[in-house]
Design a binder for this molecule. Structure first.
Ligand SMILES: Nc1ncnc2c1ncn2[C@@H]1O[C@H](COP(=O)(O)OP(=O)(O)OP(=O)(O)O)[C@@H](O)[C@H]1O
Ligand SMILES: [Mg+2]
Length: 508
């Protein structure tokens, strides 16, 4: 049911009754009431100073009962930053959901609005101003919303939305209305918001809400999609179905008693589309990406804090995991052998420039990050590891339950090439395809290399020229592979001959 908003100050039953009383009598009543309350407050303040604690608490109880009797309304407050150490806490998702729910109707119903420009948005966002009252209706219940603020000596003021309703609607509000507000609010937020790419590289930051945060972000605007990914159709379908099943698996995960998260291990040679696939996953599911640079994390405690700060509906990515941890669980320098081979050379100077520090993150810290108790503190999160060298990873790191699905991205097949040809050259078929198919059977070429050759370099480059460039590149790669195979065989032959000679000498 859709809630109907009436942006006018609430008239209570008391106000309605007062409308019938003549103006002069009303003024007199107000004056009497005012002075009675003032006298009572004054007398109570004096008495309470001298009253023993037991009597005071008895009086407080009595006061509360009296208030409950004459004031049959219930109030619920939703704070922006609940919790004690506010600097570490993130904005309450419920507060954001209420904000979105109310602001979607504010512009047409409220008469005092607040306009703010979100850091990642180009348009103004309108929301209700402080102490503005909005009235909502739901299944016959009237609900009044107000945005309040607790001003304290801290630099951070806590804001809250307070809803007030008659106690006869308690069931409706607590059981259905709040759920309806959260659901609608979250949907509005998902529809409005721009997705973000977070990184932990540049130290802690301050958010627009005056909170310290360990992640900084930019708007994520990567065009990658599964449609344009060079991958066999069946494999693509399997991955997409797996992702969608995860996204829609809230009830399933709840039923089996498992935290709603899933781990993907993407492995394969450089240039086969691992990073591209992460972007495609984020676009498919409309999730944010947290790109975690492990070398910039000081220790396990910091790793845990980073995890706590991630939001739901996100993909946490650790790229080149083989370059971040060694098999004994100790930190390994980034310029290790495998990284050099994988074109991921990071000099010490580069690392300093990136803000990388000597880190004490251990393998067990990382394992806890993935599936320890803390990892279940958020929901709907995907963890992705990428590596060029799957065999170098600790089995504990990638066992089922931590990494639930392994996806191998390999050299370009003919089927995958056809996806690229369609995307880059708008070609479904061509007479040169036959030769390319034959070469693909005997050559190892990455999708990145195929894509590079299919990319027109000048205005004169037509599909024919791009395809012949690709054929040339594949022939070259084939010759190179044959030459290195021959050299390898030659070296092996020499080693064998040397061994045979040694055995012959030993036999004499
Ligand atoms: N499977 C693919 N489909 C479409 N494009 C691809 C694919 N693989 C690679 N590419 C193209 O090659 C470029 C490099 O790919 P990407 O960065 O995803 O490779 P990678 O596997 O992450 O490599 P590395 O191991 O070096 O990180 C991308 O920008 C993309 O244009
Ligand atoms: Mg990559």
């Amino acid at each position: 049911m859709h809630a109907k908003f009436l942006a006018k100050t609430t008239r209570t039953a008391q106000q309605e009754t007062m409308k019938l009383v003549p103006a002069a009598t009303r003024t007199q009543t107000w004056a009497t009431m005012g002075s009675t309350i003032a006298t009572f407050t004054f007398v109570w303040a004096i008495i309470s100073q001298y009253c023993p604690y037991e009597i005071r608490s008895l009086m407080d109880k009595f006061k509360q009962r009296l208030k409950d009797y004459f004031y049959p309304y219930i109030q619920i407050a939703i704070h922006e930053f609940p919790g004690h150490d506010q600097r570490l806490m993130k904005r309450h998702e419920a507060f954001s959901a209420v904000e979105a729910y109310l602001s979607s109707n504010t512009s047409t119903n409220a008469n005092r609005l607040k306009a703010e420009m979100e850091s990642d948005s180009s348009s103004l966002i309108l929301s209700m101003d402080e102490y503005q009252i909005l009235t909502d209706e739901f299944q016959g219940a009237k609900i009044w919303w107000v945005l309040g603020k607790i001003v304290s000596q801290r630099t951070i003021h806590d804001k809250y939305y307070k809803l007030t309703f008659h106690k006869r609607y308690r069931e409706i509000v607590t059981k259905s209305y709040l759920e309806h507000v959260m659901k609608e609010g979250k949907e509005i937020r998902m529809g409005n918001r721009k997705r973000k790419l977070y990184t932990n590289c540049s130290g802690s930051k301050w958010t627009s809400y005056n909170r310290e945060t360990m992640w900084s972000h930019i708007v994520f605007d990567h065009p990658a999609s599964f449609e344009t990914m060079a991958l066999e159709a069946e494999k693509k379908k399997e991955i997409i179905e797996d992702l969608l099943a995860f996204m829609n698996g809230k009830e399933f995960y709840k039923r089996i008693g498992k935290a709603w998260k899933r781990g993907y291990l993407l492995f394969g040679p450089p240039g086969t589309g691992k990073s591209t696939m992460i972007a495609a996953m984020a676009n498919l599911l409309s999730y944010d990406i947290y790109d975690l640079e492990l070398t910039a994390v000081k220790d396990n405690t910091e790793l845990r804090k980073l995890l706590i700060e991630t939001t739901s509906k996100s993909i946490i990515v650790i790229e080149d995991i083989d370059c971040s941890l060694d098999l004994t669980g100790q930190r390994k320098k980034k310029a290790g052998k495998s990284c050099v081979e994988g074109e991921k050379k990071h000099s010490e100077k580069e690392k300093k420039e990136e803000g990388n520090i000597d880190s004490k993150v251990t393998l067990s810290g990382l394992l806890n990050f993935i599936d320890g108790l803390w990892s279940a503190c958020g929901t709907e999160r995907i963890i992705v590891f990428t590596t060029n060298y799957v065999e170098k990873l600790d089995p504990a790191l990638i066992r089922s339950g931590r990494m639930d699905k392994y996806i191998e991205l390999s050299y370009c097949s003919f089927e995958a090439f056809k996806v690229l040809a369609k995307c880059y050259l708008n070609l479904e078929t061509h007479q040169m395809f036959d030769e390319i198919e034959k070469l693909m059977g005997v050559t190892q070429i990455t999708p990145a290399d195929v894509a590079e050759n299919l990319m027109p370099k000048t205005l004169q480059d037509d599909p024919q020229r791009c395809l012949s460039n690709l054929i040339k590149a594949m022939k070259k790669a084939k010759d190179k592979a044959e030459a290195s195979k021959m050299a390898e065989e030659e070296a092996l032959k020499k080693v064998n001959e040397a061994e045979e000679e040694k055995l012959a000498v030993d036999a004499q």
